[in-house]
Design a protein around this ligand. Structure first.
Ligand SMILES: *Cc1c(COP(=O)(O)O)cnc(C)c1O
Length: 356
């Protein structure tokens, strides 16, 4: 039986993704070859790559003046590629947690970083009404903070090009792509397996590239011109990502995902807020629908490990908070079902009855 998987990334994927990727690993389209064996320049893979880009454009409503790339290196490589390409003098970074802190660190290698942070309250909220100087090269935000459990729920508007790390909330709601110069993320949170990074980039960003020598593999131009095939792309990961896109489309696209995210989050936050044993440290309006962080009230803290074990005996796995934060985190990405969350809520209620 499948467990109730709340892993933060890599994470639960749809049955369709797992089944069809397994089949393609044995044999791709009656070709007598595995997806692991075919040439990335052959017609089978070419069709997969083109279709994956088309599905991205269709599901996320991406206009024609954007390119969709599938690269290696993870979102972490983008932390370096973004300033390497676009930071000429200064950039604005909203620092809302562990991942944005890592992005700021890379940016500082290339220029001045103007930083607004929620560190003063341990990253439990999202700073709003940002005063961004008119002359920054770009603004960088992290729309969902996977470790801290906060999320920006709207598409913001700035005068400078807006670049967003959407690793952990892409495909969870309709997004107005036209508000962003670039959207990127590791696929392993809501789209597919680890090992492929998606980049949605407005083509005119190539006119804003800094005048410095940039290694070929780290230039966006290389990957846009090469259609993500300048070097060998992560073929099987892209195949699995495409299956996830087909699954999202089948279920009704991003409006359907948005509704599911609300249903899951309302159920779990409701249980946390009604409990005497658990509480959520995040400001209500900024709570993430994808990574639901909670802790035990002080007098129960010694029971934390017991609860993880108890939940595991109910087949709920992946609940330990990030090692830097502690407590618990239930990652409720697209493939997480309401039944998964119901099983967790039942475990929380039963544990509380037994121990409080
Ligand atoms: C997981 C994550 C990253 C890091 O992704 P990698 O693909 O492991 O480099 C960056 N940003 C956010 C918001 C994440 O959740």
């Amino acid at each position: 039986m499948r467990k109730h998987i709340f892993n933060a990334g890599p994470c639960k994927l749809s049955d369709r993704t797992l089944e069809n990727t397994s089949k393609a690993i044995i044999e791709l389209n009656n070709s007598g070859q595995s997806i692991l064996e075919v040439s990335h320049r052959g017609k089978d893979f070419d069709a997969i790559m083109n279709n994956t880009v088309e599905l991205m454009k269709e599901i996320l409503n991406i206009p024609d003046n954007y390119s969709v790339l599938f690269l290696g290196g993870g979102a972490s490589m983008q932390f370096c590629m973004i300033p390497y390409n676009f930071l000429k003098t200064k950039a604005f970074y909203l620092n809302t947690g562990t991942w944005s802190t890592a992005a700021v660190k890379e940016a500082k290698l290339w220029g001045e970083v103007i930083e607004v942070s929620s560190k003063d309250k341990d990253f439990t909220y999202i700073p709003k009404d940002l005063k961004v100087p008119a002359d920054v090269d770009y603004v960088h935000i992290t729309t969902n903070n996977t470790i801290r459990g906060t999320e920006i729920h709207e598409d913001w508007t700035f005068d400078a090009p807006l670049i967003a790390d959407m690793s952990s909330d892409i495909l969870s709601r309709p997004v107005d792509v036209t508000k962003y110069a670039m959207i990127y993320g590791g696929a392993q949170k809501n789209m597919g397996p680890a090992g492929v990074t998606f980049v949605i980039i407005r083509n005119d960003m190539l006119e804003k590239v800094a005048d410095r020598p940039i290694p070929t593999m780290l230039k966006y131009e290389t990957h846009i011109n090469g259609g993500s095939m300048y070097n060998t792309p992560p073929c099987v990961n892209i195949f699995a990502l495409r299956e996830t896109l087909l699954w999202v489309k089948e279920l009704g696209g991003l409006n359907a995902m948005n509704k599911l995210a609300d249903d899951r989050a309302n159920l779990l936050y409701g249980a946390i807020d009604n409990s005497k044993m658990f509480r959520c440290p995040v400001v209500k309006e900024d709570r993430s629908r994808m990574n639901i962080v909670f802790v035990m009230e002080e007098q129960y803290k010694h029971l934390e490990e017991d609860f993880v074990k108890f939940a595991s005996s109910r087949d709920c796995v992946g609940l330990k908070g990030h090692r830097s934060v502690g407590g618990f985190r239930a990652s409720t990405y697209n493939a997480c079902t309401l039944e998964d969350v119901q099983a967790l809520v039942q475990a929380m209620n039963d544990f509380e009855k037994q121990n409080a």
